[in-house]
Design a protein around this ligand. Structure first.
Ligand code: GSH
Length: 222
């Protein structure tokens, strides 16, 4: 039997967090090797472990996988979180790409320059509530099912929940005008693997503390 996947990244959310979410949702245990310094990154690069000299990198099934989306696609396909056919997969892809767009905007907030930070924050809230959340609210309302695509649990549900929780960290009442999403959040949060991941002590990471920003920059930017 293959060993546990091993994740190489810094000890924070960044691009790795959605990978952690998907593995956890699929009920897969994983190990983590945290990069603490730039030397840790250089060592992986010198060892030839990083195809494009970048992390996230995940050792899984005998591969050293890089590129966040490739890793997410692999885990989703392997664990039946990617729809039953190409059309469901296309819909899932559209939904998750949009969650990733919003997710990235939120993730980049702590590193915005102070002059543009407030404007950036307002844009995040505006895009979440006028561009993204209305689409998921309507989809769930129209088909009346518990899950976004194909009436079964998929990565779209996992990634939407992750993004909803991130948006709520920015603005706790952000779902106030989205009753169907409130119900969706409650149901998906209650799936046993996800419930476990949401409990304290799991491998879920907290939001990036601004005090950690210089450390992250020192690892990735010369
Ligand atoms: N498209 C890549 C992905 O999605 O995995 C981008 C990866 C990326 O930008 N990784 C950053 C990195 O390794 C850390 S979050 N930077 C070091 C470098 O580019 O040399």
């Amino acid at each position: 039997m293959a060993g546990k996947p091993k994740l190489y990244y810094f000890n924070g959310r960044g691009r790795m967090e959605t990978i952690r979410w998907l593995l956890a949702a699929a009920g897969i245990e994983f190990e983590e090797q945290f990069l603490e310094t730039r030397e840790d990154l250089l060592k992986l690069q010198q060892d030839g472990a990083l195809l494009f000299q970048q992390v996230p990198m995940v050792e899984i099934d005998g591969m050293k996988m890089v590129q966040t989306r490739a890793i997410l696609n692999y885990i989703s396909g392997k664990h039946n979180l990617y729809g039953k056919d190409l059309k469901e997969r296309a819909l899932i892809d559209m939904y998750v790409e949009a969650t990733m767009d919003l997710n990235e905007m939120i993730m980049l907030h702590p590193i915005q320059p102070s002059e543009t930070k407030a404007k950036h924050f307002a844009t995040v809230i505006e895009k979440a509530t006028t561009r993204y959340f209305p689409v998921y609210e309507k989809a769930l309302k129209d088909h009346g099912q518990d899950f976004l695509v194909g009436n079964r649990f998929s990565r779209a549900d996992v990634q939407l929940l992750e993004t909803i929780l991130m948006a709520e960290e920015c603005k706790p009442d952000i779902l106030s005008k989205f009753p169907v999403l409130q119900g969706f959040k409650a149901k998906i949060s209650n799936i046993p693997t996800i419930k476990k991941f949401l409990q304290p002590g799991s491998q879920r990471k907290p939001p990036l503390d601004e005090k950690l920003v210089p450390k992250v920059k020192s690892i990735f930017y010369t």
